[in-house]
Structures are given as structure tokens and as C-alpha cells.
Design a protein. Sequence first.
Length: 413
Amino acid sequence: MRIHVIGAGLAGLAASWRLAEDGYAVTLYDAAPQAGGRCRSFLDLTLDRVVDNGGHVLLGANSAALGLLRATSGLAAMSEIAPAAFPFHDLSTGETWTLRPNPGPLPWWILSAGRRVPDSRPGDYLTALSLLSAGADATVADCFPRSPLTERLWEPFAVAVMNASITEAAAHPLGRVLLGAFGRGERGCRAWIAKSGLSSAFVDPTLKRLTERGAEFRSGWRLTRLEIAGGRVTRLLFDEEHVALTENDRVVLAVPPSSAADLLPGLTVPEGSSAIVNAHYRLDRPAVLPGGRTLLGLIGGNAQWLIARDDIVSVTVSGADALVDRPANDLLDLLWSDVGRALGFDTPRPPARLIKERRATFAQTPANQRRRPSSRTRYPNLLLAGDWTDTGLPATIEGAVRSGLTAAASAIR
């Protein structure tokens, strides 16, 4: 029995790792020359630095992703922000504050003015519970009244997690994230950031572990068609090669939703996508955010989150469909203006690199939540994985890893 995993993003990597650890023969394929998908690092020649294709942050509540990191020795490549703290800077007013959850499940921190958002009251935070009881058609905006707390906490958090505006993003998946993080207290809210790139944390250690377990990774293999006969997948047709399947072989299809729909006509998948824009700036000094932190949320500008690493400041703008078509230089100037205001710089723009992920996630609307398929298909030897499948979570690293583990479990059941 061999299990063929198509797609070496985080979902495919997680599925392959779980299967290989359980002693199954695994072959992992990807059309790209490298693994990682939308969660990878590369050497940028302009900056002469390794940067990520996006600014990804894990939370302490992301048990599946952190579990994968621990099992593959990738956790050493991550930096934990402890105790948990979410600093913010309002570009329109210059005001700063830091959200500080307390240890333990009882959220007494909302009673302390120094730990919560300015101009918010303790009772305001209880409105987040309405996300969990929201109807299938409810958006985040339907659950949160317009208030300082919404503008200064829930909205920036929701846009980052859901990669969509609060008027478009589905309510219930965000509720799962908030409950998982804030429901576990300070430890569940701790941010984890890659020290020197996502590839060194997730991709390289997982591939190394797969090699140690006898799994094979084939890069540059693009699947063009699934041959089906007798109610099961019988052959994998790649650009240059065809792979015949034995009766006991399984396939895990861990590709983007549009590719899955092309390979499986009739499969219902989410429609549309949402963009993310990322910018990396190389400073002439170590990158230090206000308060000496490595993570900063921005309000009142175009930049949303800053991550500092060595001499690089990285900017993430989620739900960026309105910006993604603008020229790269215009966007770099626009975002550098926000960075300069936040860090107190009045200097010309330094060397920079802009990355546009036009299809960073599927459009996470209420309608698309109903279009997310389960890991199982109508073919008993074919499973699906990906952050767009029905994980109950948003399209995040945690969702991708969980989908891979679910598909792996189904493949051997």
C-alpha cells in the first residue's frame, strides 16, 4: 500500500508526515520546484535576505501546527512572544496600547483598564460570544456593533484571520479562533513567529523527517488528470509520467480548490479568492518595533501588522483586493509611509520587496462556508486536504495542518 500525496503545501506536508510516521509508504508530489506552497521562504536578491512570501503568525492555541513543529524539530526555528501581548499603534491619533490577556481560563484581564483597549468596557468583550451562536449567513459585522473596541481590536484581528473585511467574513469560523485563543488564557494567545523564515521552521524539517522515514518527494510533477475506473482512482497522469495505482493505494489531493475542481468535475468548492499584500523593508539598523517588540498592529492606515526580524521590517495587508492591482512602487511608498510614522522614521524608503498573493485564500464568506467539502470524496481511495476543506476553521496554517491530518487518518481508516 502506497499513499500518493499531491501538493506539498502545509496540508500535503502534514498528511505525508503523519502517514510516514505511521509506517506507510508515501510519495509526495508538487508542481513547483520546491515545497511549501503559500507558506515558504526564499532569498530575495534585492534585500540580500531570506524573506517569507507572507507574514504568518501562529498562536499558542494552534495545537496542530505547533504539534507538527515539535514532532519535526521545527519549533526551535520559531520565536515565542511570552507573556502574550498584542501591541497596537493608531496612526491617526498616535495613541498606543497593548492587549494583555491573563493566565488561566477566567478572563479577569478585561476588568483592568491597563490590559484592555482604551475607551472599552469589560462588558463590551462579551459580544465576541455572539460569533459562536451566529447563523450560517451571519458576517462578523453582524455580530459586532460599531464601537472603539470593534475598530481597535475585533476588526484588525478578524481581517488578519479571515483575510476579508468584517462585512464579508463569515462569523462562525472567527468565533472558533477567538474561543481557542482567548478561551485558553494567556498561553493560548501567545504569538509564535519564525526566526529566520517559514521554510526553516515548517518545510525543511518536515521534508527531512519524511526522508528519514523513507518517503519520497518529487518536485516539478504537475498532475493533469485523474484516471478513474470502477468507482476508484486507477492512475495519476502527470505532465511527463503516468503512475498506476494498485488496489490498496490511496491518493490525498492537497491542491488549491480551483485545481481540485478541475481534476474532479462536479466537486463543490469555494468560489473566488482574497488577496494579501506583503512588503519587506531592509533597514540600515536592527529592526526594533516600539517597546522592543517583534509584532505590532496598526490602526488608521493601510499597513495592518508589522513583524521585525533582524534588519527587516515586514508589513502584511490582508483583505487587500483594493490594493493588489496598484503598481508595486506605489504600494511600497504607501506602506513605507505607515511604517515610518509608526517607528518614528523620516527617511527615504529603504531597499524593499513587494509580494502580491492574489489568491492567498478562498473568499471566506458565509456562502463559501457551505461550499467547503469534507476530506472524503465519492471515490473510496481519494481524499481531499487543504485549508479550504471543511475544517471548521478559517484558511490559516492551523486549518491547513488539521486538514492534512484529517485526510491522513481517513486514508488509512
